[in-house]
Design a protein around this ligand. Structure first.
Ligand SMILES: Nc1ncnc2c1ncn2[C@@H]1O[C@H](COP(=O)(O)OP(=O)(O)OP(=O)(O)O)[C@@H](O)[C@H]1O
Ligand SMILES: [Mg+2]
Length: 80
């Protein structure tokens, strides 16, 4: 997912996925938000064996990546 937003400084990129982390710049823009959206996203993705990360250019854009493993071919098809 790509946006043309405020961007994320490199030192903050690793912290975004922690519970309750909100960057000062985000707090300045809005008092809303608990800082759990990306934390929950990371829990979901990792529970499925995947990875989530962000690439960003400050003041330009942020790109959020999610990579998930393909389903195991041995997963049984449910009976009708
Ligand atoms: N697209 C984005 N561009 C710039 N910064 C972002 C972006 N998405 C998230 N962030 C930064 O990461 C922090 C954590 O994001 P997260 O979605 O977990 O929390 P939130 O949106 O602040 O609150 P909540 O999701 O709980 O409503 C944000 O507060 C902000 O600092
Ligand atoms: Mg959020």
């Amino acid at each position: 997912m790509v946006d043309q937003g405020i961007g994320i400084p490199p030192d903050a990129a690793a912290q975004l996925f922690r519970a309750y982390f909100r960057h000062d710049e985000a707090k300045r823009m809005t008092g809303e938000g608990m800082g759990i959206g990306l934390y929950i996203s990371k829990q979901f993705v990792e529970a499925h064996g995947g990875r989530i990360w962000v690439d960003s250019a400050v003041g330009q854009r942020s790109v959020f990546h999610v990579a998930l493993p393909l389903a195991d071919a041995a997963v049984p098809v449910p009976e009708r």
